[in-house]
Write a protein of this length. Structure first.
Length: 98
């Protein structure tokens, strides 16, 4: 069993307060294992998560909820050289990445 890193859902509350993802094409930089992704993705039009860690992306792909299969995608990339068109997203989220 994994520990919930944010049981009070503070991350989601701050995200909702500062970023309206509803109906938007979202790029999540440093998505890791998708822990935050699953909390907001259902509101978005689409989500692409990027991360440098192949293992985290593998976990995210495996643990992706079935109803998000066509909505959320992942790619191993950094924020300098992303494999996307310049106009591919309406907004970007960067949480806990450095």
């Amino acid at each position: 069993m994994t520990a919930d890193k944010d049981p009070e859902k503070n991350e989601l509350a701050h995200l909702e307060r500062h970023a309206d993802v509803a109906g938007k094409r979202v790029l999540e930089i440093g998505c890791g294992d998708g822990r935050l992704t699953w909390r907001y993705a259902r509101s978005a039009r689409s989500v692409a998560g990027i991360d440098l860690e192949r293992g985290d992306l593998r976990v995210a792909s495996i643990e992706r909820p079935s109803d998000l299969q066509g909505l959320v995608s992942f790619a191993q990339a950094n924020s300098i050289r992303m494999p996307f068109r310049d106009d591919a997203f309406d907004m970007a989220i960067l949480a806990w990445s450095f």
